[in-house]
Design a protein around this ligand. Structure first.
Ligand code: RTP
Ligand code: MG
Length: 140
């Protein structure tokens, strides 16, 4: 299997509860390596641009409000089949459906305040990484 990169966000519900380290530990235990990381306060424009794909969904406005409600930690993760490995350790979008041991099962508060984002394809991973990081900020 190829070593690839994916993009992760530790969402405001997790930073608010001081779970940045706990979430990152789960990612590392799953074999992923953090090769870039920064804590930022997203602007409304930045969040709307990031979630543009969800613009027509009924939860778009609430999602943007939530994502700018506090700091987030944006990260680039590297590992074997990183996108899928990250999706697996994140668990299902709704924590009620998330498998035991996953980040969302252990930490998420609700379907919206679900602690983490992870890219859903290698193609989107590349787009999302470039949205937040310059190449020289990523050190593999
Ligand atoms: P993510 O993009 O954050 O990694 O999560 P995902 O792929 O599992 O979920 P997606 O369908 O892409 O939805 C993006 C985020 O929108 C919020 N959401 N709220 N109120 C709702 O019904 C609802 N559904 C989704 C969640 O924060 C979800 O992660
Ligand atoms: Mg998604």
């Amino acid at each position: 299997m190829a070593v690839t990169r994916t993009f992760s966000i530790i969402k405001p519900d997790a930073t608010r509860r001081n779970l940045t380290g706990a979430v990152t530990a789960k990612l590392e235990e799953a074999g992923l390596r953090v090769v870039a990381s920064k804590r930022i306060q997203m602007t409304r424009d930045q969040a709307e641009g990031f979630y543009a794909v969800h613009k027509e969904r009924p939860f778009f406005g609430e999602l943007v409000d939530f994502m700018i409600s506090g700091p987030v930690v944006v990260q680039v993760l590297e590992g074997e089949n990183a996108m899928q490995a990250n999706r697996d350790i994140m668990g299902a979008t709704n924590p009620a459906d998330a498998a035991p041991g996953t980040i969302r099962a252990e930490f998420a508060e609700s379907i919206e305040a679900n602690s983490v984002h992870g890219s859903d394809s290698d193609e989107n991973a590349a787009i999302e990484i470039a949205y937040f990081f310059k190449p020289e900020e990523i050190v593999g």
